[in-house]
Ligand binder design. Structure first.
Ligand SMILES: Cc1cc2nc3c(=O)[nH]c(=O)nc-3n(C[C@H](O)[C@H](O)[C@H](O)COP(=O)(O)OP(=O)(O)OC[C@H]3O[C@@H](n4cnc5c(N)ncnc54)[C@H](O)[C@@H]3O)c2cc1C
Ligand SMILES: Cc1cc2nc3c(=O)[nH]c(=O)nc-3n(C[C@H](O)[C@H](O)[C@H](O)COP(=O)(O)O)c2cc1C
Length: 566
């Protein structure tokens, strides 16, 4: 790779460098050259690593949103302990960041959320690793990245951590492994490799860019739409639909969500086809999938609101100067046209796939056998004074009864009902009510003895009390021990669920002390943040907690405070 001359120059430069200076320099160079320089560092460290390690200490740290990474990491820890390895299993939320400098063997199992982001609980660790300037020359690590190939930034959080740790001088004990939703076998094989390597206590020689094992992906169900009703009354500013889907043998638990890939609007697809850049029936191959152009545009590719990243790629491909912006493919093609059909085919190659949208399941598999219910709010927003609707919510609420739709189940292993005799507190304004309808139906069907307390809210009592009859019936029959409602716009002062919680703070705190589990679902910001502040305030005022933040963190860590916010 280097000419003899260049190599001699480098050798002269580093001749009197100590081992740690060399490692620092490697990290520095890799920072400049990113991927290109990384193998040098790994190679060098392989040479200087000890051949035999005694008293091996392994840390397995997970970052999770819906529990998959925790499940995998826990299984790894069990196996390692079973082999007599001193193993620490820890949630990245609890991980003391400075400990990274002291670690010897460090395995991270981490999922990707949002648009290529780490799980919320792993954010502090992620940011720390990105910004860290210490040299981690003692650290031998491996990253197992959980993700979903339907998302454009597949396993991005895991990739980042792998890259950053290596850049800081840490050695890959094992290559990064990216996993799709059916991660079990791949994860198992990967960890077996880790254990083998730990056994011989030597890092492997491996290529920097490991092969991503192709997996089967998720189970896709097919369902028939049974019901699609607006739950809001006339006069409401909102539109929230109760949707029932019939699907035999669908397998889910209360707390899980349904994932769906929406189709693009017919009008937009036709307008793109009318530009006559290519024949609608022309077969186009992307990766290992071949489809006619019109199918790619209708069902597969994100064409409605392209990310800045994709628009940059478009600008590069078409050789045009396009400012940082977001827009739909149709506008892009009109404002910044492609040269010819060949270039248009190139554009089809660079577009992202349509990302799935998730909806909390609002039915119970026990009570509503072979059915899945959803509570879908129409997403409304304004751009350039034009009122627009969200792609998937618009698609779903306009589906006709009898329509066939494909979906998958997104399991949430954390947001789950406790044992039947445990009390629960559910805070779920707006569509946040969805999983609690499922919880309540399930508890009713199972004759669960634990008490149930619901906080619900929306804008107006008369038009926006979602599932009013069911909630009132459940209260009357005693399934719901307490119900507190907050309709923000029915009076001058805005009243939200967190105000109702504080009004009942003493009793709420009492329930928590007696072991109730608190559940929170709905919008992350501001609702989720405000409710969390109120919980802490309640602990201080009604429970004399001196450190409310630590109190809430404890609850969360012990599985007594669970949230599913979006
Ligand atoms: C775990 C989980 C559970 C969920 N549960 C529920 C639930 O029970 N019920 C529910 O209703 N939702 C739920 N959601 C939210 C749901 O997944 C979707 O995010 C929501 O329906 C919006 O999707 P959409 O396709 O309709 O909107 P999108 O088309 O994705 O639009 C989203 C936003 O992108 C921007 N945008 C999109 N297009 C344009 C454009 N052309 N110009 C400018 N800006 C644009 C706007 O800001 C818009 O508000 C949940 C989410 C998660 C993660
Ligand atoms: C809202 C949301 C966004 C997601 N975004 C991504 C993403 O950008 N890239 C990716 O590879 N996977 C993404 N995923 C898929 C998750 O990483 C995948 O479901 C994983 O198994 C979750 O693991 P966890 O339960 O440990 O959090 C997303 C999932 C959800 C629910």
């Amino acid at each position: 790779m280097l000419t003899e001359d260049k190599l001699r120059q480098v050798q002269q430069l580093v001749a009197d460098f100590s081992a740690s200076q060399l490692i620092w320099l490697s990290g520095y160079l890799s920072g400049i050259a990113e991927k290109d320089a990384l193998p040098l560092l790994s190679q060098y460290q392989e040479d200087v690593l000890p051949q035999v390690v005694s008293e091996l200490k392994l840390t397995i740290a997970y970052g999770t949103e819906s529990g998959n990474s925790k499940k995998v990491a826990t299984n790894f820890a069990k196996q390692a302990k079973g082999l007599g390895i001193q193993t620490k299993l820890i949630n990245l939320a609890q991980y003391r960041l400075n400990d990274l400098l002291k670690e010897e063997y460090f395995i991270s199992v981490i999922s990707t959320q949002g648009e290529g982001e780490p799980p919320e609980s792993a954010k502090k660790f992620y940011d720390y690793v990105e910004a860290n300037t210490s040299i981690l020359y003692n650290l031998k690590f491996g990253v197992l990245a959980l993700g979903d190939t339907s998302y454009p930034l597949f396993c991005k959080a895991g990739e980042d951590i792998d890259l950053w740790l290596n850049r800081q001088g840490a050695t890959r004990l094992v290559a990064l492994q990216r996993c799709d939703l059916d991660y079990d076998e791949v994860a198992e094989a990967w960890f077996k490799n880790v254990l083998d390597l730990l056994n011989i206590a030597q890092p492997v020689k491996h290529s920097l860019l490991p092969e991503i094992k192709k997996t089967a992906g998720k189970i896709i169900y097919e369902g028939t739409l049974l019901t699609n009703n607006n739950l809001n009354d006339r006069g409401s500013s909102k539109r929230t639909h109760h949707i029932e889907i019939l699907s035999e043998n669908v397998n889910y638990q209360p707390g899980d969500s349904l994932g769906i890939v929406p189709e693009n609007p017919e009008k937009t697809v036709n307008a793109i086809l009318q530009l006559q850049l290519l024949n609608p029936g022309k077969i186009i191959t992307r990766g290992d999938e071949s489809q006619p152009l019109n199918v790619w545009l209708k069902k597969k590719l994100n064409i409605v609101y392209l990310s800045e990243r994709i628009i940059k790629k478009y600008a590069l491909l078409t050789g045009q100067d396009i400012p940082d912006t977001r827009m739909g493919l149709l506008d892009l093609l009109k404002i910044y046209p492609v040269n010819d059909a060949v270039q248009f085919e190139g554009v089809i190659q660079l577009l992202d796939l349509i990302t799935p949208r998730l909806y909390s399941i609002s039915s119970s598999p026990v009570l509503h056998e072979n059915e899945v219910h959803l509570t879908v709010a129409l997403e409304k927003f304004t751009t350039n004074h034009e009122l627009l609707h969200g792609l998937c919510s618009d698609h779903l609420i306009n589906l006709e009864v009898g329509s066939i739709l494909k979906f998958y189940i997104h399991k949430n292993r954390i947001f789950k009902l406790p044992a039947d005799d445990i009390d629960i507190i559910m805070i779920g304004p707006g569509t946040g009510i969805a999983p609690f309808r499922s919880f309540l139906a399930e508890r009713e069907a199972r004759n669960a003895t634990g008490k149930n307390w619901l906080f619900f809210g929306d804008q107006h009592f008369t038009t926006d009390f979602l599932y009013q009859t069911e909630i009132q019936d459940w209260h009357q029959t005693g399934l719901l021990t307490c119900v507190n409602l907050a309709f923000s716009r029915d009076q001058k002062e805005k009243i939200y669920v967190q105000h109702r919680m504080f009004d009942h703070g003493a009793e709420l705190y009492e329930w928590i002390v007696r072991g109730a589990v608190i559940y929170l679902c709905g919008s992350k910001d501001p609702m989720g943040i405000d409710v969390e502040h109120t919980l802490m305030q309640i602990s201080a005022v009604f429970g004399n907690q001196i450190n409310p933040e630590a109190w809430l963190e404890n609850l969360s860590e012990s599985g007594k405070y669970l949230k599913d916010v979006y």
